[in-house]
Design a protein around this ligand. Structure first.
Ligand code: SF4
Ligand code: SF4
Length: 492
């Protein structure tokens, strides 16, 4: 029986394990029983389940976070213009960003979207209350255009933020304006459209959180899809007295990727069949699935994020002071050159090189997969490395600048207050000697994870394994080159 199962995993072909190294690699990357293993977290933790099932869980979490974000806006608009003394800059771009990218996304996927205060006011207006319990939403009920049901607006939004990041990160008024702008768009869209159209199709932060959440070791899924098929009332879609229909317009019964689910926990409450669970799973279980997104937008998201994860440290920490000046909009011409180079790199050069990489991979394989499909699916290989690159960047940034938080919390507006007796704390970089080693370890971990994903895509395209490892070589070379560039920036 075990032999038969092994034959099936190996495609049932006559493969000599001693002669074909692909078999060893395949065994390494394809262990279906382990991939299927899931642990029902809330089933094991009844107290946590009670908290999550409570109607007040999400709104109270949002309210708790709304307070520091409101203070960040006030500090940005009224406080000191010195970014490193202003709570708005320090709290959002050092503390929140580091917690988001180092802990939340890699460990808990979309958990930020569960508690994010940005869409909260709009959602509360829609629901006519903060702790609602189901019912009709108050909106104009417009439908989001079909051609915009993808990640392109999120891609463009992220690129705009990235282009101006040097001034967003250092000028408190600009930073406050960005947060206010996002909240304003979120509220306006809540009035026009039903549910979380802003989060699902517009928010530039939600876009990359969703992409990287597919690498997380946690997921929300249904326990048994057949129960959903047989359950005619579909309360998770319609809502009931226990909660609202899915605000992210998802049918949980068909959910198979974290990207599509906002982790709002409504369906946990509304499901009368107790069929929705939060699972602990193998990290990256959503990656290398067939399709890799319906359109090329998702592949572009992965490419843009990886490209930016290299450009950011190059501009911020690299030896090119002139480029830093251009990125900081010191002159309009300089910024125009920077913007042209930045957009060319993120939208043309990196996607173009990756297209050539996938083209070479396809030439080395003997599968009927189209280049477009291969492009979408191999782009998933970039997700673990991209996430690791952002983690490495955020760790370094937080360790170098984290000490500013002690002063900012005591004197959030820079007006000379000393609420907690720490306002005079000077700038102290933490672990400056070991930070590069930590960053290198994160990057190498991301590279290995990405190589594993590449091999999984290759073996899915060619289950016989004959050409899968050969096809992976160009993609692995692309990943290796990206990692070496990052290691050079952090260690060089
Ligand atoms: S998508 Fe954006 S606004 Fe919506 S919850 Fe997530 S981060 Fe917040
Ligand atoms: S599937 Fe469930 S948890 Fe995910 S967004 Fe929809 S209602 Fe929320």
């Amino acid at each position: 029986m075990a032999g038969e199962r092994h034959r099936r995993h190996c495609g049932g072909g006559d493969v000599d394990r001693r002669r074909d190294p692909a078999v060893g690699v395949k065994t390494l990357v394809r262990k279906p029983p382990a991939d299927e293993r899931r642990l029902d977290v809330l089933g094991r933790m009844p107290r946590l389940r009670r908290v999550v099932m409570s109607r007040s869980f999400q709104p109270v979490s949002m309210l708790l976070l709304l307070a520091p974000f409101a203070l960040a806006i006030v500090a940005g608009l009224l406080g000191t213009s010195a970014g490193n003394r202003n709570f708005g800059i320090v709290f959002v771009w050092i503390v929140w960003w580091a917690v988001l990218m180092v802990l939340m996304v890699p460990g808990f996927g979309r958990i930020w979207c569960t508690i994010c205060p940005i869409p909260a006011p709009g959602e509360w207006i829609q629901r006519r209350g903060i702790i609602g319990g189901g019912g009709k939403l108050r909106t104009l009920g417009l439908r989001w255009p079909r051609r915009l049901r993808n990640m392109w607006i999120q891609n463009v939004g992220f690129l705009i933020l990235a282009l101006f990041s040097m001034i967003i990160l250092t000028r408190p008024t600009v930073s406050a304006g960005v947060i206010l702008g996002l909240a304003g768009v979120a509220v306006s869209m809540s009035l026009l459209f039903e549910n979380r159209v802003f989060c699902k199709y517009v928010c530039p932060i939600g876009g990359f959180i969703g992409l990287y959440s597919m690498a997380a070791p946690i997921e929300l899924r249904v326990r048994d899809t057949q129960v959903c098929v047989d359950h005619r009332s579909k309360d998770c879609i319609t809502g009931n007295e226990r909660g609202y229909g899915c605000p992210w317009m998802v049918y949980p019964g068909k959910l198979d990727r974290n990207l599509d689910c906002g982790f709002c926990t409504e369906c946990l409450k509304t499901c009368t069949m107790d069929n929705v669970v939060i699972n602990l799973r193998r990290p990256g279980a959503d990656l290398a699935k067939p399709g890799g997104g319906k359109q090329i937008d998702e592949a572009y998201k992965a490419l843009i994020m990886l490209a930016c994860s290299i450009i950011y440290p190059a501009v911020l920490f690299g030896p090119w002071a002139t480029v830093r000046g251009w990125a900081s909009v010191e002159s309009l011409w300089g910024w125009a050159i920077y913007a042209t180079a930045f957009l060319s790199a993120t939208l043309l050069f990196v996607p173009g090189v990756f297209w050539l990489t996938v083209f070479a991979a396809q030439r080395r394989s003997a599968t009927g997969v189209t280049i477009r499909q291969a492009y979408r699916e191999y782009a998933h290989s970039l997700i673990p490395l991209g996430l690791a690159a952002w983690m490495a960047f955020s760790v370094g940034f937080a360790l170098t600048n984290g000490s500013y938080a002690l002063a900012a919390v005591s004197d959030p507006l820079g007006w000379g207050w000393n609420l907690f007796g720490t306002s005079e704390t000077g700038w102290t970089p933490y672990l400056s000697g070991t930070a590069p080693a930590i960053q290198a370890a994160i990057l190498v971990g991301g590279l290995l994870f990405s190589i594993r994903t590449t091999l999984r895509v290759g073996f899915r395209h060619d289950p016989s394994g004959t050409t899968a490892t050969r096809a992976a070589v160009p993609v692995v070379a692309f990943l290796l080159a990206s990692t070496l560039a990052l290691l050079w920036l952090y260690l060089g």
